[in-house]
Design a protein around this ligand. Sequence first.
Ligand code: ADP
Ligand code: MG
Length: 375
Amino acid sequence: MHHSIFESAEARGIFKDERFLYPEYIPEKLPFRESQIAEIAGSLKPLLRNGKPQNLFIFGPSGTGKTVTARYVLRELEEYASKVKGIYINCFEFHTRNAVLNKLCLALGNAVPRRGLASDEIYNEFVHALKVKNVAPIVVLDEADQLIRDKTASQLLYDLLRITELHSIHLGIILISNIRDTLAMLDDRVRSSLSALTIEFNQYTPEQLKQILHERARNAFFEDAIEKDVINLAAAQAAKCSGDARIAIESLLAAGRIAEKEGAKKLSVVHLKKAFERIKPRALEKALPHLDSCEKEILKIMCEHEKIFSGELYKAYCSRCKQAISERSFRDKINRLAELNILSVREATAEIRGRTREIMLAQPKEAIIELLKGD
Ligand code: ADP
Ligand code: MG
């Protein structure tokens, strides 16, 4: 008798519905983000009575739910008021004025020829489409630092702000970034007319991560197909990556697939550990191309220490690097690495030294070593 190669795959596996772990999935509820949701919704609400929305700047470390929360609010708003049109743009993909304007037109159903149109013309197309369609647009520029690095960014934001001023179409702008001082890179005039309200996303605690993961896993896996400690371990790994929920969710998906491929009846911590090896912390991946050789050297030293006082780290650095660096600029580098969530810094009181700073890695050592390989 012939057996289909898919027969075993159709048998009851580990996943009840793996789509609940997909990165684009937007949950029905976002625990621990209630206040941010309320603040975003409140800021955009004037759109519903043809008023002017409050522009927003959302910032916080990787995996703290910035993207999913913004999309969640857009979805709710669109469902509530059909006039609202959320336009989500990831600036990793679209990072020039021209590319963003193109994408905006496309979102309103106006295809723009691939070549030939100048930005000003695309801008006019977009304004025209907004008028014809009579929509209340909210433009989300996610990973906005990628765009703001580009010299056309201020002009683009100026374009968007001008739409409200000149055409009395109330357009909401939401900028999202990991980096606190993203807006400082904009022209003063653009920044002040944007007058964005800042909403901060703080890191999830290990306990919060556990609850978030339980909820996602409950929908994704058959209840008895997952070992008890798996969720706790996934949450612990995310906590090690400065609270990055994405790490945990991607790892659970990968682990479930590994378990099914192996024909296991239960997803175990062994599968999960295998999955960890495949999934790189986003904070690291994003930051690495932008680190200078000094910052990379600091990380190499940090990989040899659990924690270290800043003075000792400075000494270790000076003994290894010929290039001299002042204590002041060394401190700036540490602060930058902390801002990127690769290091964490704690004010400490050491007996002899008085006040000092204790430095620790905020990402798994193995992942840093792996990414620094070849440097
Ligand atoms: P960020 O944009 O801040 O890097 P994301 O919004 O991409 O983070 O979130 C990372 C992952 O964690 C996504 O899969 C997202 O759905 C999930 N997630 C984040 N916060 C929550 C939450 N409060 N409840 C459920 N899932 C969450
Ligand atoms: Mg994001």
